[in-house]
Design a protein around this ligand. Structure first.
Ligand SMILES: Cc1cc2nc3c(=O)[nH]c(=O)nc-3n(C[C@H](O)[C@H](O)[C@H](O)COP(=O)(O)OP(=O)(O)OC[C@H]3O[C@@H](n4cnc5c(N)ncnc54)[C@H](O)[C@@H]3O)c2cc1C
Length: 480
């Protein structure tokens, strides 16, 4: 009947899966990890690798509770903060060196805490990351976790997506069905199954259903919402399905994933398809940039901010690459040119000698964009942006031609939604009862809701990965 029999089956090998696998293994359990891709790392590998420190449990819990707007129970939040506070020491125990977060700051952005006016924000600590030889803290973090999984010889079946959970009416979840390249296999989980298979960044239909719009993504194409369907089939309640962390970035037809914009000077604006500004471009937290783009014109039903455009002048263009290609999925395949000329030649960046000509290329009314740029430049002289409150030291005019434009779309760091979990990392059914022997961790059914403050997903993945594993190992073995 069974191709494998183990204590704990772990579905997906990213940050949460490896934390769960290492913890269950150290507790003496026989573990098997199933990973859909030919290699592990998931979104974790492509991430910025920053984790949050929490200096005060109660105050940080107040802060997160406010951000979650009552959707996440207080005990889940407090358990998270207490466990996540152990992350740096736990990572050090695996051989990592922990350093302050390195922030490549090209213009003033939001401070350490994303939403400083939210009650409890003073309880939030700084961000830290794994230090290493590469410039990507996500690669370094994943390197530490992957090395430990390999050194402990924890078995991983790659290119083996889990297709179904198996449930006995008395015992609960007793195993999984997965697909290797050759055949379907059945794996018995004597104690529990832990779902750590990420979000739905690459399921466009789910974006339309849950966000109301099509988004693109910066990370792992294997994250297609499988865990949500697996858990829903067993009656799991879903939460935070409309929540995500997404920034405004580039998407070109050559790649299925987005490329992070990283404008090298504050001399830029975002405009919609009518040529109008609509946000504080330099003061909006990167994870929340999706929010103003959700706008729909109620008369025409047009989504006039998808795509939007970033507009820069010659000074900004010559200051450095407009994109960051050192991390995110693009890091595997494309290096942006230092002066953006290769991307102008490809047609990714549109160029024109006047703002009006640029507008025509973008299909806008020339006057509309010219007026917007003229108004913005005037505000730069006065150092005051009355409509959007952009910080005076970021009000740098668009001066010297040529002028340039690139399409920008909301691009997902990650989604937050999925099966609801409790403080023990058990997946809950629609009546609020744990589905027996089924656990989850990571961005699949994350505790975060829409007001995401940054550096919380990796912290949660590590913390709930360990919590899920401890509780899974403590389950009595299934009978028979
Ligand atoms: C560019 C970028 C920057 C980011 N920066 C940060 C940051 O600095 N700090 C932060 O906290 N967060 C950051 N994030 C978000 C963070 O990386 C993720 O939320 C986190 O890595 C999620 O970890 P995970 O283990 O839950 O999922 P993942 O690391 O995505 O792992 C899930 C794994 O499950 C596999 N899988 C999927 N379906 C199946 C299946 N059916 N069967 C088996 N396996 C399956 C996937 O292939 C994948 O390997 C960033 C994300 C991106 C893309």
């Amino acid at each position: 009947m069974w191709d494998y029999e183990v204590d704990v089956v772990i579905v997906g090998l990213g940050c949460a899966g490896s934390a769960a696998a290492l913890t269950a293994f150290d507790a003496g359990a026989k573990v098997l990890v199933l990973e859909k891709n030919a290699e592990g790392g998931g979104n974790t590998r492509y991430s910025g690798g920053s984790m949050r420190l929490y200096t005060d449990v109660i105050k940080s819990a107040d802060y997160i509770e406010h951000l979650c707007e009552g959707t996440t129970e207080r005990d889940v939040i407090e358990t998270f903060i207490e466990e996540a506070s152990k992350n740096p020491d736990w990572m050090k125990g695996l051989g990592a060196e922990i350093a302050s977060r390195h922030l490549p700051k090209k213009y003033p952005t939001s401070a350490t805490v994303a939403y400083p006016n939210t009650p409890g924000s003073e309880g939030m600590g700084p961000r830290v990351q794994v230090k290493g030889m590469t410039s990507s803290a996500g690669v370094e973090m994943w390197g530490v976790l992957a090395r430990q999984v390999a050194q402990k010889q924890i078995p991983v079946l790659y290119s083996t997506p889990v297709r179904q959970l198996l449930r006995d009416k008395d015992e609960g979840v007793t195993g999984v069905v997965a697909a290797t390249t050759e055949k379907e296999i059945r794996i018995k989980a004597r104690r529990a199954v832990i779902l750590t298979c990420g979000g739905f960044e690459y399921d466009p239909l789910m974006h339309l259903n849950y966000f109301g719009h099509r988004y693109f993504a910066l990370g792992n194409p294997g994250n297609t919402g499988d865990g949500i369907r697996l858990a829903a089939e067993l009656g799991a309640d879903l939460w935070h399905m409309s929540a995500c962390a997404a920034t405004l970035s580039f998407k070109f037809p050559e790649f299925e994933f987005g490329i992070r914009q990283f404008i090298p000077s504050p001399g830029f604006i975002f405009v919609d398809q009518l040529g109008k500004r609509y946000m504080d471009e330099t003061g909006t937290d990167t994870h929340l940039m999706w929010a103003p783009t959700s706008y729909i014109d109620t008369k025409t039903l047009q989504k006039t901010r998808m795509p939007s455009y970033v507009i820069v002048d010659e000074d900004t263009r010559t200051r450095g690459p407009l994109a960051e290609t050192g991390r995110g999925k693009v890091s595997d395949v494309y290096q942006w040119s230092p002066d953006n000329t290769a991307e102008i030649r490809k047609g990714w960046i549109k160029a024109a000698n006047t703002v009006a000509e640029l507008a025509t290329q973008l299909g806008m009314q020339p006057d509309a964009l010219s007026t917007t740029v003229a108004q913005y430049n005037l505000q730069c002289v006065g150092g005051y942006d009355p409509e959007f409150g952009r910080a005076p030291d970021t009000l740098v005019p668009l001066g010297r031609p040529p002028y340039y434009a690139v399409e920008v779309w909301p691009c997902l760091y990650n989604t937050q939604g999925g099966p609801k979990r409790n403080a023990r990392a058990q997946i809950l059914d629609v009546r609020g009862q744990p589905i027996k022997r089924l656990y989850s961790a990571g961005e699949l059914g994350s505790l975060w809701h829409r007001n995401y403050p940054g550096a919380g997903n990796l912290s949660e993945a590590l913390a709930f990965g360990r919590i899920a594993a401890r509780n899974a190992v403590a389950e009595a073995p299934v009978r028979g």
